[in-house]
Design a protein around this ligand. Structure first.
Ligand SMILES: Nc1ncnc2c1ncn2[C@@H]1O[C@H](COP(=O)(O)OP(=O)(O)OP(=O)(O)O)[C@@H](O)[C@H]1O
Length: 319
């Protein structure tokens, strides 16, 4: 039974609605599947640049299958956040066919984010002030005010998330710790039952119990509802058995996209951390990619390059 959110309780993994056992997953054949051969996320021939000279992504391709829990790994600056933001429709990249989520254009189809099918949990709730670093929220809001302010939410799912994340609804958001603030942020991001969830290092502030419970919840979401998750992280504890797929990027280049079960290196290494460590240590500089407006035979300039609708991060400000 869901207890009052104000009630102090020991931290137990709550049950999902209609699933009193929670830990028990339904057999894989109950996962709702898309058409044979289709992917939840399809990126084809993508190029993206923050400035006009050196693209981060050049002819980048990626497919993510429905129901997968896909880890996105790579060194600092390799492009993970940028990729997740592109998948979340925050940057316009090329035409409608280049970045597709649930068979819709990630950027152009604003309904994807608005109806909650696509959820993105990224930057923490803080603002960067140049001389002072990151500052937390300044407004005096309660956790309850924030969470209950989200409309059209299933109250059972909301109560379950409040319990899962062990949120005290009386928390004042400007006074709580980073991890507590992060829990409220995660709760709000998960209120709608998304089909695709993009996670950018969201568990970084969480204690080990909150992190493990959240990962277990995500597993249930994939196995029961067929949700698809892409999760960028540098923390690999417990992810060997959690993830179904792994994508490794180096300097915006796709180095690996594999099923975890087929990752042979896991048989010869103690854990995923040591596998990824060995990849990153052996990285050598990737030859500079073609500039986005290059006159090379690979990419000819088009009249579109000069257009105000050319792919650019400035389009992100419309989101
Ligand atoms: N707003 C921006 N303007 C210009 N360049 C940027 C911007 N954001 C990121 N970059 C550059 O894009 C590259 C990829 O950055 P990104 O944040 O996607 O990397 P990341 O893999 O998420 O790194 P980390 O592991 O440190 O989070 C980096 O070289 C970075 O300097």
């Amino acid at each position: 039974m869901i207890q009052s959110p104000w009630h102090h309780h020991t931290r137990q993994t709550p049950s999902l609605p209609n699933n009193p056992t929670f830990k028990k997953s339904k057999p894989p054949n109950q996962i709702p599947t898309m058409e044979e051969g289709s992917h939840t996320i399809q990126v084809s021939g993508m190029q993206f640049s923050y400035d006009a000279t050196s693209p981060i992504f050049f002819d980048f391709n990626l497919n993510v299958s429905p129901g997968s829990r896909c880890l996105l790994v790579g060194a600092n600056g390799s492009g993970k956040t940028t990729l997740l933001r592109i998948l979340a429709g925050k940057h316009m990249v090329g035409g409608r066919d280049v970045v597709r989520v649930l068979n819709r254009s990630a950027f152009h189809d604003t309904g994807l984010l608005c109806n909650g099918d696509l959820a993105y949990l990224g930057e923490s709730w803080s603002k960067t002030v140049s001389s002072a670093g990151d500052l937390p929220l300044q407004g005096d809001f309660s956790a309850e005010h924030m969470i209950f302010g989200v409309e059209g939410v299933d109250p059972v799912r909301r109560d379950m998330l409040i319990e899962l994340l062990d949120i005290n609804l009386e928390w004042r958001m400007h006074k709580v710790s980073d991890g507590q603030r992060r829990r409220v942020q995660i709760c709000m991001g998960l209120l709608h039952p998304y089909k695709v969830l993009l996670l950018d290092e969201v568990t970084v502030d969480l204690d080990v119990v909150a992190r493990m419970d959240l990962l277990e919840f995500f597993r249930e979401e994939c196995e029961q509802r067929g949700a698809t998750i892409v999760y960028a992280t540098h923390i690999f504890d417990g992810l060997e058995t959690w993830a179904t797929d792994l994508v490794y990027v180096q300097d915006g280049t796709l180095r690996k996209s594999e099923k975890m079960a087929e990752l042979n290196e896991l048989n010869h290494n103690p854990n995923l951390l040591s596998v990824v460590e060995s990849w990153l240590r052996s990285e050598t500089k990737i030859e500079k990619k073609q500039p986005i407006n290059s006159q090379s035979p690979l990419k000819t300039s088009s009249p579109f390059d000069a257009s105000p609708f050319r792919s650019t991060r400035h389009m992100a400000y419309y989101r």
